[in-house]
Write a protein that binds this ligand. Structure first.
Ligand code: 3EB
Length: 357
């Protein structure tokens, strides 16, 4: 048999996720099922076991609570071990690692600009430093996908918007771990605002890296000009992973941006259409650069973040025109990283199992 240069062995583990709407109290037992790497809940009312402590394996994202009350379950076909590393909680299998970190944003004294970094910048740098140290230590260098929840993302402190503070700390950690400037080390990502609370980041990593894909309609985020902040955002438009049998596409949070500029300010329907046109462009680009089965919009499952949840019917009507009713679309309320953006849409292909439970 001729080994293929760019594929894992055929006994490679599979990675998949599903949505669940578990009855109250059922989450902890779900998290103990075989092969579960992590469970994410976006609801505010979630209660843990006994003393109310959150069971290991379950991550609660501090959003407003408006939106579909679905949990996201990440699983693998391989045996899973749990661990902690600094402030990170993780579970890993031979081929995959799922981790999360929640860091309180310490309220350091203001007024020393240039000497003391804004606390959110520090938290972002510390979170990413810990993530890269964990991945280096345990040999999962491929950061496939990362989700960032930044408290009060459009708020301003220390003279700088929180998202821009976050971008400085994130980029500094990439530089400190020699993950820049190679664009192949830049992961697909989403960045949303959370209600008050810690900076929360969760991520999927693997033994090998994904192929980064950019969008010809947009300037790469890591090349955005300085008008969007002192350090550009470190993420790619998508990541494509060839696991042998399984080929996964992670499309980053995608918004109504052409070049580097926001389009259709104040018009959520037009922003939704432009975001979908950007996702279509990323899909076309993936089909061009990645040898594998061609994807189209109907193969994707979607997560849609709305700044104003009252926009739901408008956005749903736009998406229903563009994708098959069979495509799962999960709607959540969250602030978006630019104040003029009303909607952000992320998507994946090749990884959903079993639809909605
Ligand atoms: C954009 O294209 C919209 O900073 O990690 C989307 C996905 C966005 C990820 C991030 C930001 C991020 O610039 C915002």
């Amino acid at each position: 048999m001729t080994p293929r240069a760019n594929a894992l062995p055929t006994d490679a583990g599979e990675l998949y996720y599903s949505y669940a709407r578990p009855a109250d109290g059922a989450l902890p037992s779900l998290s103990r099922q075989k092969g579960v790497l992590g469970i994410i809940t976006f609801q505010t009312g979630f209660v843990g076991e006994g003393d109310g402590a959150k069971p290991e394996g379950i991550l609660q994202i501090p959003l407003s609570g408006r939106g579909d009350d679905l949990c996201e379950l990440w699983k693998t076909t391989q045996p899973v071990l749990a661990g902690t590393f600094g402030d990170i909680t993780y579970r890993c299998s031979r081929d995959f690692l799922f981790g999360s970190i929640a860091l309180a944003v310490a309220d350091l004294p203001a007024g020393n600009h240039g000497l003391i970094h804004p606390p959110l910048q520090n938290a972002a740098e510390l979170a990413y430093q810990q993530i890269f140290s964990l991945l280096d230590r345990h040999g999962y260098p491929g950061l496939l996908r990362i989700w960032n929840f930044v408290p009060d993302i459009n708020g301003v402190s220390h003279g700088l918007e929180h998202y821009r503070q976050f971008n400085i700390g994130r980029q500094d950690a990439f530089l400190a771990h020699s993950r820049l400037p190679s664009r192949q080390n830049i992961p697909a990502a989403s960045a949303l605002g959370s209600v008050d609370g810690p900076l929360v980041v969760y991520f999927l990593a693997a033994r090998r890296n994904s192929v980064a894909v950019e969008n010809p309609r947009q300037i790469s985020a890591y090349h955005y000009p300085q008008e969007y902040g002192p350090s550009s955002p470190t993420f790619s438009r998508a990541g494509w992973v060839d696991l042998g049998q399984q080929k996964i596409l992670f499309i980053s949070g995608t918004a109504s941006i052409i070049g580097h500029q926001t389009r259709h300010g104040g018009n959520v329907a037009a922003q939704a259409r432009e975001s979908m046109a950007n996702i279509a462009a990323v899909v076309a680009e993936t089909n061009r650069v990645a040898a594998g089965s061609p994807y189209d919009l109907n193969d994707l499952s979607y997560k849609v973040y709305l700044r104003q949840f009252t926009d739901l019917p408008i956005v749903r009507a736009e998406l229903d025109r563009l994708v098959t009713p069979k495509a799962p679309i999960f709607y959540l309320q969250a602030d978006i990283c630019r104040a003029d953006l009303l909607v952000e849409i992320e998507a994946t292909a090749g990884v959903l199992r079993g639809g909605m439970a």
